[in-house]
Design a protein around this ligand. Structure first.
Ligand SMILES: Nc1ncnc2c1ncn2[C@@H]1O[C@H](COP(=O)(O)OP(=O)(O)OP(=O)(O)O)[C@@H](O)[C@H]1O
Ligand SMILES: [Mg+2]
Length: 257
C-alpha cells in the first residue's frame, strides 16, 4: 500500500510527537535535604509508540511518570503533551488534560475494593468525563472489546478480592483504556505477577497500543519485557544514559524463538 508523503492539512502530521520532554529536572526537598531525582531528561514519543523505561531502583523512573502524568511538576525544563506545554497550564487545565489524554496502570493495581470490576471501569469513565466539554456515554462496544482482549468478560461482576492478581491487573488496564487515552503510563504493571500473567498483560498492552494507536510508556525491571517495546530508555542516577531500539515483538513471538 502506498504511504502518503504528507498528511492532509486538516489532520495533524503523524510524526508530531505526542510527548516531548526537554531537559526535565526534579529536585525533591524533604526538610533541609534536597534530592535530585531527575536531571536533563529529554526525549520524544510518537503516537502509537511503545517505549520501555528501565534502570536501577531510585534512578527516577516513577518521578518521570509523575511529571508526565501531571501528578507533580518538574523543577526545571519543559514538557509538551500533544503540543501543549504542561508546565504552563493551570492546575485545572492540567487535570483536564490528564483525564482526557492519560491512563495510568500501577504495580499495585489500585482497584477500588468495594466496587466490582465493572464498577471500577465505569467510575474511571465517569472521572475522565468530569470537566469535559462534551460528555460521552460509556463506550459499550469498546468495553466489550477490552473485556475480550483482557480475558475478563466473565469476571466483570466480581470485586477485586474475588479476582486473581493477573485478573485484577487486566481490569486495571481495561480501566485505563476505556476513555481511549492517547498515552498510557504503566509503572511496573507486571511487578506483582507470575510469568504467565505477566506475559498475558504485556501482550495485551502491546496489542492495545497497536490496535488503538496508543502511546505506551512502561517501566519494567524485566529485560525480556522491555524487548516488546519499540524503544528502550535506560536511566541511571536521574539521567537518560542510552536509548536503544527494542525488538517490538509480542511476548509470545519473542519468547518462543
Ligand atoms: N517524595 C519524595 N521526596 C524525596 N525524595 C524522593 C521522593 N520521591 C522519590 N524520591 C527520591 O528520588 C529518587 C528517584 O525516585 P523514583 O521513585 O523516581 O525512582 P525509581 O526509579 O522509580 O525507583 P524504583 O525502581 O525503586 O521504583 C530516589 O532517590 C528517591 O529516594
Ligand atoms: Mg518506581
Amino acid at each position: 500500500m502506498a504511504t502518503p508523503t504528507s498528511s492532509p492539512p486538516d489532520r495533524p502530521s503523524v510524526t508530531k510527537p505526542i510527548i516531548e520532554a526537554r531537559q526535565l529536572g526534579k529536585v525533591y526537598h524533604s526538610g533541609k535535604l534536597a534530592v535530585t531525582a531527575l536531571s536533563d531528561v529529554s526525549f520524544t514519543a510518537d503516537p502509537g509508540e511503545f517505549v520501555a523505561i528501565v534502570g536501577p531502583s531510585g534512578s527516577g523512573k516513577s518521578t518521570l511518570f509523575y511529571i508526565l502524568g501531571g501528578l507533580t511538576q518538574a523543577t526545571s525544563g519543559s514538557l509538551y503533551i500533544d503540543g501543549a506545554e504542561f508546565s504552563r497550564m493551570s492546575d485545572i487545565e492540567r487535570t483536564r488534560m490528564r483525564r482526557a489524554k492519560i491512563g495510568f496502570v500501577f504495580q499495585r493495581f489500585n482497584l477500588l475494593p468495594t466496587l466490582t470490576a465493572m464498577g471500577n471501569i465505569e467510575i474511571a469513565h465517569d472521572i475522565a468525563n468530569l470537566g469535559a466539554q462534551e460528555k460521552t456515554p460509556l463506550d459499550r462496544p469498546l468495553l466489550d472489546h477490552l473485556a475480550d482482549l483482557m480475558g475478563i468478560k466473565g469476571r466483570l461482576n466480581h470485586r477485586p478480592s474475588e479476582l486473581s492478581g493477573g485478573e485484577q491487573q487486566r481490569v486495571a488496564i481495561a480501566r485505563a483504556l476505556i476513555s481511549r487515552p492517547a498515552i498510557v503510563l504503566a509503572d511496573e504493571p507486571t511487578g506483582n505477577l507470575d510469568t504467565k500473567n505477566s506475559e498475558a498483560v504485556l501482550d495485551m498492552l502491546r496489542r492495545s497500543s497497536r490496535e488503538l494507536n496508543q502511546t505506551v510508556l512502561m517501566i519494567t525491571h524485566n529485560p525480556e519485557a522491555a524487548q516488546i517495546a519499540d524503544r528502550i530508555i535506560h536511566m541511571r542516577d536521574g539521567r537518560i544514559r542510552t536509548i536503544e531500539k527494542g525488538a517490538a515483538r509480542l511476548v509470545h513471538e519473542a519468547w518462543t524463538e
